[in-house]
Design a protein around this ligand. Structure first.
Ligand code: URA
Length: 249
């Protein structure tokens, strides 16, 4: 950590921006938790790891493929999670998938491996998909946030605001026919609503022109196995919609 701080310090003193560095360093050390990251004095883009990745940061919106988007954003330091992540968790699966599955944010296992849904909740997700005859690599799996919130705390507003445009672009490039939102957080973020999960299930919603279905997060099912039956109903609904799409070409 000290080495990282030293490198940032060198860079910022070079830019005569040492005050901003001190605020940022204090935040990383937890000494100034009230610091507002939206403060214009501190441009988070300057924390990109190299000048090359810094330039790419500005060009990601014109990415032409999922791979290009990933390489353009994987060094992102737009929010404070960039400083604490081990790996950026972009997403995995079929880049031409008809179905995109959206979770909340990487956990510890995902942060280690750089892949979404690889821990216990991920194993359950694999089974849920198998229950409607879908293999993991048939669909595309990603999250609202690409970096792990420390201690698996809930995502914060500034983190969502920084990361959601990446998801939007990802979905635009994949151009799926259906989205499955896992859990309250993914559902409320995608659908821009504060409605509880119970009100959002069993309805066909629309996210940027893509039919969207909401169900429980697999991690919630690990805590409340009696919700599995409801989840099964939700994914059967997803399968029915998918079959309709396949039949109609
Ligand atoms: N929970 C999520 O929401 N996403 C993951 O990738 C893993 C666990």
């Amino acid at each position: 950590m000290e080495e990282i701080l030293k490198a940032i310090s060198g860079y910022l003193s070079f830019r005569n921006d040492y005050d901003s560095f001190l605020l940022y360093a204090n935040e990383i050390r937890g000494e100034n938790s009230g610091y507002n990251f939206n403060d214009n004095r501190l441009n988070p883009d300057i924390f990109m790891e190299t000048s090359e990745s810094r330039n790419m940061q500005y060009n990601w919106t014109t990415s032409k493929s999922i791979d290009e988007l990933e390489s353009n954003i994987r060094n992102c330091m737009k929010c404070k999670l960039g400083a604490t992540r081990k790996k950026f968790v972009f997403g995995s699966g079929n880049p031409n998938a008809d179905i995109v599955v959206v979770g909340e944010a990487p956990g510890a296992d995902e942060d280690e491996q750089g892949l979404p849904f690889v821990g216990r909740a991920g194993q359950l997700l694999t089974k849920i998909l198998a229950s409607i005859e879908l293999e993991r690599d048939q669909v595309y799996i990603c999250n609202i946030l690409k970096c792990r919130p420390p201690g698996n705390r809930n995502p914060e507003i500034d983190e969502i605001e920084s990361c959601e445009p990446y998801l939007k672009k990802q979905i635009e490039l994949i151009n799926p026919k259906l989205i499955l939102a896992l859990g309250k957080f993914a559902a409320q973020t995608l659908l821009q609503t504060k409605q509880p999960l119970g009100k959002l299930r069993e309805t066909l919603h629309d996210y940027q022109g893509v039919k969207t279905i909401v169900t429980f997060h697999p991690a919630a099912l690990l805590r409340n196995p009696n919700w599995k039956i409801l989840t099964w109903a939700d994914v059967k609904f997803l399968r029915k919609e998918y079959d309709k799409i396949l039949q109609n070409g």
